[in-house]
Design a protein around this ligand. Structure first.
Ligand SMILES: Nc1ncnc2c1ncn2[C@@H]1O[C@H](COP(=O)(O)OP(=O)(O)OP(=O)(O)O)[C@@H](O)[C@H]1O
Length: 627
């Protein structure tokens, strides 16, 4: 996505998300971190105990003594020391388990609450964006923001906590080692410096590769979504092989990008593992020299037990550092790329909250005025519609007809403010719709699109969509008006029948009638039917028409139609051609005018012999004047 120019937090998107969403849960995060951190203290005790026990109980070389524990608490005889050691081991393990369980629980709650807030807000922002935003983007890409990108934040949250635990483990180990033998501890402390250098090398190289991986996963998702959504078309055109090839190409790109990341990670892993192994051997060798006393006098003496403790600690010292660097860096790089994409959706100005339009629309009689309206889609060279000027009186049925691509749907999209005109004004009852909020405007409008979308669920849920507290009678009444009741009652489970994905279990005509019922349910003041009856037979169309006409007394209706019979009885028919109104009037007036409408009508009633020369010229030039 290329939205970065519209986001106010370009520099630090991850920090922005953390400040906005994690901060409200900061108490939990701190408590969780503290629990995990504290658990590291008892977690380091067993290695210490084993070393001390080895020297005092098994080798009988040293006195049994523990740092920070008064000597009076430690039994003198061997059996007592064994019991004492076992008790301390049990207490240490139990304390570590309880503290880290508590820490994990508290920080886990905070992490998941934070992510929930991010996901809900991002979705909210997404659906609030204007139509042009969705025109420019693929569904798969947007889904991937809500799924993968938010998921990457979770991984980063989890890894950060693990990282914190590892870090504290290292600090506590180091503190214990310094107490036991500060010189060997310093030697061991050099290792993190080398690891930090290696990690820097890794981070610098991996970041750009992660960006590439994020890009390609979005493309893979979009491609998959397209192919599966369009499966009917894919099969009808027997283009399964082409689709597979396309998927193979994008998948290969993803594989290569991801492989580049994995290769780097493997190299990093190997080098840190080598380093850790060398250090382990080095500590053993150095320790052995000291134990054998083969060293200069300034080196403190070291017992065999302390050396064993050091080897334990060394292990818990470097293994976590490697893990810490790898996991945290990996997930940080991922989260950084993801947060850019989330913030691009989240912080982009929303169509529902752009300042100038806080007014509420109040509709009295639903008079509709288009005054010299012009509009061009982004990137279009010429105006898509221009000089559109007409009035729909309250309760009128206005038909809009014209060749394909003339701009009919565009005109009604301007009424919904899916797009705003570049020139001119659209008014409802005298109020410029640009001065009222989109939500309040749309609450007064009903829309049935050319290819209505049914949601996954039952017929009832689809008819009652967006109407709170709809009862059965309302749903049935709307379905009757839309000519849907009869076929719905014939379905296996009537109004409780599942319509399938996108209404796939219903025919095109049935879907349209449910969509009309859905629009009627909202009792709109202005109803827009965008070729809403194109999939139904003549008889059903007449039924729907009669119902819509009956509603007409209360509501103004705009019907876009290719089938001119749909709008034959309209109070006014507007003939659109190439984005401009060419003719307007009733059916009889327009036939009498003998212009474009008259030709379109002749085509529909089969009087092709009487078509005008100009119309025939357009057809012969290949223009799709009629469908
Ligand atoms: N979202 C969009 N982005 C860019 N151009 C668009 C978009 N929607 C439509 N157009 C273009 O605007 C012009 C008018 O389209 P519109 O859908 O309004 O025509 P129409 O008269 O309703 O056509 P049809 O009868 O075929 O549905 C067409 O040239 C179309 O390619």
């Amino acid at each position: 996505m290329t939205d970065s120019e519209t986001t106010p937090v370009d520099g630090d998107p991850l920090g922005h998300l953390i400040r906005r969403y994690a901060r409200p849960h900061s108490r939990r995060f701190v408590l969780g971190g503290a629990g995990m951190g504290l658990s590291q203290i008892p977690g380091r005790v067993p290695a210490l105990l084993v070393g001390v026990a080895l020297d005092a109980i098994f080798l009988e070389r040293e006195r049994y003594s523990l740092p920070l524990v008064p000597q009076s608490l430690i039994p003198e005889e061997q059996a007592g020391q064994v019991v004492f050691t076992i008790t301390l081991l049990a207490v240490a393990f139990a304390a570590e388990a309880v503290l880290s369980w508590l820490g994990g629980r508290i920080s886990g709650t905070a992490t998941y609450r934070t992510l929930h807030d991010v996901r809900v807000d991002t979705f909210d922002a997404l659906v609030g964006h204007e139509m042009g935003y969705f025109d420019d983007r693929q569904t798969g890409d947007l889904m991937s923001v809500l799924n993968n990108d938010v998921g990457n934040l979770r991984k980063f949250g989890d890894a950060s906590f693990r990282g914190l635990r590892f870090l504290l483990q290292v600090v506590v180990s180091f503190a214990f080692m310094a107490l036991l033998h500060w010189q060997l501890a310093i030697l061991l402390a050099l290792m993190p410096l080398v690891l930090a250098g290696l990690s820097y090398w890794y981070a610098v190289r991996v970041e750009p590769r992660y960006d590439a991986v994020r890009e390609t996963i979005g493309t893979v998702n979009s491609r998959l979504e397209d192919s599966i959504d369009g499966i009917t078309t894919v099969k009808a055109f027997t283009s399964e092989d082409d689709e597979r090839d396309a998927i193979r190409d994008v998948s290969a790109r993803y594989r290569d990008d991801k492989w580049a990341v994995i290769r780097l990670r493997l190299a990093y892993n190997l080098s840190t593992w080598l380093l850790a192994s060398l250090v382990f051997i080095g500590v053993f060798a150095a320790g052995a020299l000291v134990v054998m006393g083969d060293v200069p006098a300034f080196v403190e003496p070291l017992s065999a037990g302390t050396l064993v403790t050091f080897l334990f600690y060394g292990k818990s010292f470097y293994a976590p550092i490697r893990q810490l660097m790898l996991e945290v860096l990996d997930s940080y790089e991922n989260a950084l790329a993801s947060s850019k994409r989330i913030v691009a959706v989240l912080e982009r100005t929303n169509e529902l909250d752009t300042g100038d339009e806080d007014g509420e629309l109040s509709v009295r009689e639903a008079r509709l005025d288009y005054e010299d309206v012009a509009f061009a889609y982004d990137g279009a060279e010429e105006a898509t519609v221009e000089d559109v000027d007409f009035t729909a009186d309250p309760g009128d049925l206005v038909g809009i007809v014209g060749p394909t691509g003339a701009g009919k749907s565009t005109i009604v999209k301007l009424l919904f403010r899916f797009y705003d005109p570049s020139d001119g004004t659209v008014r409802i009852d005298g109020t410029d719709i640009a001065t009222v909020s989109r939500r309040s405007l749309r609450r007064h409008l009903g829309y049935v699109s050319q290819d209505p979308f049914l949601f996954y669920g039952t017929v009832r849920e689809n008819v009652a969509y967006a109407v709170a507290d709809a009862d059965h009678e309302d749903v049935v009444a709307a379905a009757k008006q839309a000519g849907a009741h009869e076929f719905v009652t014939d379905l296996a489970e009537g109004y409780d029948t599942h319509v399938g994905e996108r209404g796939g279990r219903l025919s095109g005509g049935q879907r349209q009638r449910i969509a009309i019922a859905r629009a009627i349910m909202r009792e709109p003041d202005v109803l827009v039917l965008d070729e809403a009856t194109s999939h139904v037979d003549n008889e059903t169309e007449r039924q729907i028409q009669a119902s819509v006409d009956a509603l007409g007394a209360e509501q103004t209706t705009i019907a876009i139609a290719h089938r001119l019979s749909t709008v034959r009885d309209a109070d006014q028919i507007i003939v659109l051609d190439d984005g401009r109104i060419r003719e307007a009037g009733t059916h009889d007036e327009l036939v009498a005018e003998d212009g474009l409408y008259a030709d379109l009508w002749r085509v529909q009633v089969g009087e092709t012999d009487a078509l005008s020369d100009s119309f025939l010229d357009r057809v012969s030039e290949g223009e799709e004047v009629v469908r």
